[in-house]
Design a protein around this ligand. Structure first.
Ligand SMILES: O=C(O)[C@H](O)COP(=O)(O)O
Length: 213
């Protein structure tokens, strides 16, 4: 057994609350989002983990979630690396649109394809599919995060629904079809212990993922 990596999706953001596609837009956490991050912190405190380093994106909802968790477990000053490789997928021209309005306009199925398919990007020059998102998340994981875990460090990664779906896809060895059914709840820590060959030795979810959609 080597180290431990905890993945956590940021708490509810203002745009999650309004049901808007967000992507690289930068809304803050809501009160509920703060509470969700605090609940995640409590679960990690009860679990008894102390981290060696934290990683987050350059978007405020993930950065704040990361800091709330560190504050909640008594590690406020822990070294934290912010990198846009961990940002949410870029939602292209969908950013700022209401998800239900989009369903009314383009149909449930098309919107589901944009949100959950592996390789269909949302419309717009900068829109990223999950595969495109993985193309920046996976190398960053391999070069910056994984080596620390393999050295035995305990690593926190506070990021986003789709950047974390890309990570969970490779960790859980999900197929491109299986990943379409993967949804991550806000503020629920996933504790991965890795083997020396970087495969997953164990995965524990500290909370309820069932409400995620
Ligand atoms: O960027 C967004 O809109 C959300 O953070 C994730 O959205 P999704 O669950 O629709 O992919």
């Amino acid at each position: 057994m080597s180290g431990t990596m905890v993945l956590v999706r940021h708490g509810q953001s203002e745009w999650n609350k309004k049901n808007l596609f967000t992507g690289w837009k930068d809304p803050d956490l809501t009160e509920l989002g703060i509470e969700e991050a605090e609940t995640g912190a409590k679960a990690l405190k009860d679990y008894g983990i102390k981290f060696d380093i934290a990683f987050t994106s350059v978007l405020v909802r993930a950065e704040k979630t990361c800091q709330i968790i560190l504050d909640g477990i008594g590690q406020s000053d822990l070294e934290t690396i912010h990198d846009q490789a961990l940002n949410e997928r870029n939602y292209g021209d969908l950013a700022g649109l209401n998800k239900d309005d989009a369903r009314a306009k383009w149909g449930e199925e098309q919107v589901h394809i944009w949100r959950r398919s592996y390789d269909v990007p949302p419309p717009g020059d900068d829109g990223e599919s999950l595969k495109d998102t993985g193309a920046r998340v996976w190398p960053y994981y391999m070069t910056d995060i994984l080596p620390r875990v393999l050295r035995g460090q305990k690593v926190l990664v506070a990021a986003h629904g789709n950047s974390l779906r890309a990570m969970v896809m490779i960790l859980d060895r999900l197929s491109t079809q299986e990943v379409t059914g993967l949804n991550l709840a806000t503020g629920v820590p996933m504790v991965y212990k890795l083997n020396p060959d970087s495969t997953v030795a164990s995965k524990e979810v500290l909370g309820d993922m069932s409400g995620a959609h």
